[in-house]
Design a protein around this ligand. Structure first.
Ligand code: ADP
Ligand code: MG
Length: 289
């Protein structure tokens, strides 16, 4: 009787847009106590737009943005698309573009080194943030993701990027709370941005500023404290956490690498599918007993 019930359960879930790639995930999901979400592209649309620009005194944020857009043209990160879309006019030639995992990128333009990315990237590269400290504070207070730019070893500009939450994110989290689960959020974005999104959605616990390997470690921490965890994610960076969690749920509109690493695929990318998956798992296991 067990395999038949499991088949019926996975079939029912599939009709609702939730694909169990492994039958045992239906069993394991029932024991999960905390659902942990990635932020960018999972709870948010993952299609950010540039909403503010700031340059050091005497600098031109639009000119700097043309060099940034040239450097970001080959990047897959959603922030790269926001920066490219916001720039216009002729772009300078860039070379030696290198991505810096979880931080941004490095390139050469007109004989200078160009750095584009997080405050962490600037700090690690010895760039003084003081000339834009007030603007950085204001950007973070509005829960925008800061993108800093340095050229020739000096800070040049700061852009604020905003990524709206998915319309169904709040409903998904309310449904999981209704089922008695804890909900947490992990992000590579700045802690203040992660906390602002968590507050807006009623998430119980948020951790930001995480590098990809830190996400796996944070999952293990949460599991030690609260019992088995499921992880929901969309990005290349999320693949290790999807594999490490008791159950990994991949956003179907996300990257192929994340989908490969998941036990469950939410086909349309709608996060209410997490509550659906959990509900089907609960009913199926209740039938078996
Ligand atoms: P997340 O998707 O959770 O934000 P990532 O590890 O992809 O995590 O990125 C972490 C941070 O690194 C981003 O919030 C951003 O500040 C910076 N970053 C990463 N890639 C880029 C890029 N191509 N251009 C600018 N900033 C980037
Ligand atoms: Mg993501």
């Amino acid at each position: 009787a067990v395999p038949v019930s499991i088949l019926a359960g996975t079939g029912r879930a599939a009709e609702l847009g939730v694909l169990f790639r492994r039958g045992d995930a239906l069993q394991r999901l029932e024991g999960v106590r905390t659902i942990v979400f990635d932020k960018t592209g999972t709870l948010t649309e993952g299609a950010p737009t540039l909403v503010s620009r700031h340059a050091v005194s005497g600098g031109d944020p639009d000119e700097t943005l043309r060099a940034v857009a040239a450097a970001e043209a080959g990047s897959e990160h959603p922030i790269a698309r926001a920066l490219e879309a916001a720039s216009d006019g002729p772009r300078p030639a860039v070379s030696a573009v290198e991505s810096v995992t979880g931080r941004g990128l490095r390139a050469r333009v007109g004989g200078d080194e160009l750095l584009v990315g997080s405050p962490r990237l600037m700090e690690e590269s010895g760039i003084d943030l003081a000339p834009l400290a007030d603007a950085l504070e204001a950007v973070e207070a509005r829960a925008e993701t800061p993108v800093l730019v340095a050229r020739g070893g000096r800070l040049a500009a700061l852009y604020g990027v905003a990524d709206p939450v998915k319309p169904s994110a709040k409903e998904a989290i309310d449904a999981l709370h209704g089922a008695g689960l804890r909900v947490a959020l992990l992000s590579g974005d700045r802690p203040r941005v992660a906390e602002a999104v968590a507050r807006a959605l009623g998430v119980d616990e948020a951790r930001g500023g995480l590098l990809p390997a830190d996400k796996t470690e944070a999952l293990a921490d949460i599991a030690r404290e609260h019992g088995p965890v499921a992880f929901v994610g969309d990005g290349i960076n999320d693949a290790p956490a999807l594999a490490a969690a008791e159950v990994g749920l991949a956003i179907g509109t996300g990257t192929d690498i994340a989908i490969e690493a998941g036990d469950v695929v939410l086909v349309s990318g709608d996060v209410t599918g997490v509550a659906t998956a959990r509900e089907v798992s609960h009913r199926t296991m209740a039938n078996i007993r």
